[in-house]
Design a protein around this ligand. Structure first.
Ligand SMILES: Nc1c(NC[C@H](O)[C@H](O)[C@H](O)COP(=O)(O)O)[nH]c(=O)[nH]c1=O
Ligand code: MG
Length: 267
């Protein structure tokens, strides 16, 4: 079946089998990790819902949609190189914060192994400043939304995801459905993905998971979800197109002014 035909099929066309040739890049990921998980078709949804456009898209947030301030801004805030910061940070505090096991005050108490105090509000301000859309990603999300796809965040992040939302208003394009601080599970734990599938009531091949970390993508493939490693917005658009994701709606009528306005609002 040609890509064009694949692209024109909607969820209402199911259960016609829809072979989806993976791109070389996607295939590289899929075949290197698990041949069993290679996508051959988008399976019909196991739920009774018929109004959903498949596949459902699961997006990592940090370093996939949003710039992560951890690598540069936070070491600069503490006045030390990243390596040194990692060496003196508490080994588990951030993970516990991401899982929602400890709150912000507890994080502040045990952020450093030696318990040294620091300016928590200053750190949050530094992070807020550092959040921005990665190049081309807001536009890509907008197009996916205009084309009727259901998009969910699948992120390891603490309650501070609300600072990201406040600044960038990502909820215009996706739901903050799978956030480690609310689910209590982190990628690449198998349960993170299985819980997501159960919550969404879809079969694994009807989901596409996009993440910059190879191990997170590998874990998605292991449960049968289609996985794409994020490298850039352009490569992702190409990979998504090749597995049949439709970008055609409103191509010519999209208002650049509207997009600019929303960017201005968020800054
Ligand atoms: N801010 C701190 C981080 N950030 C590291 C990660 O970017 C981030 O927390 C998240 O885990 C990324 O998840 P995903 O794979 O993109 O979903 N890490 C620390 O150890 N300490 C921090 O203060
Ligand atoms: Mg990431």
């Amino acid at each position: 079946m040609s890509f064009a035909l694949a692209s024109s099929l909607r969820s209402s066309s199911f259960p016609f089998p829809l072979p989806l040739p993976l791109t070389p890049r996607s295939t590289r990921m899929a075949s290197a990790l698990s041949n069993d998980c290679k996508l051959t078709s988008f399976a019909p949804p196991s739920s009774s819902r018929t109004d959903r456009r498949l596949p459902i898209l699961l997006f990592d947030i940090m370093d996939t949609i949003v710039r992560d301030p951890f690598h540069q801004d936070i070491p600069a805030f503490f006045g030390m190189p990243l390596k040194e910061l990692i060496a003196c940070k508490h080994p588990a505090a951030w993970i516990e914060f991401e899982k929602g096991v400890i709150d912000e005050m507890e994080l502040a108490r045990k952020f450093f192994k030696d318990g040294r105090p620091f300016d928590l509000e200053g750190l949050k301000t530094c992070m807020r400043r550092g959040f921005s859309y990665l190049e081309g990603m807001e536009e890509l999300l907008q197009e996916l939304k205009e084309n009727g796809y259901e998009i969910h965040a699948s992120t390891n992040y603490p309650i501070w995801y609300k600072m990201i939302e406040e600044k960038l208003k990502i909820s215009r394009y996706l739901s903050w459905t799978f956030c480690s601080c609310t689910t209590g599970k982190r990628k690449p734990d198998r349960d993170f993905y299985l819980d997501a599938l159960q919550h969404l009531k879809v079969d694994p091949p009807s989901c596409v998971f996009i993440d910059d970390r190879p191990r997170n993508v590998e874990a998605a493939l292991e449960v049968g979800i289609v996985g794409i490693q994020f490298k850039s917005a352009d490569l992702l658009r190409h990979d998504l197109s090749e597995i049949g994701i439709d970008f055609s709606a409103n191509k010519h009528s999209r208002s650049q002014t509207q997009l600019k306005l929303s960017k201005d609002q968020a800054s």
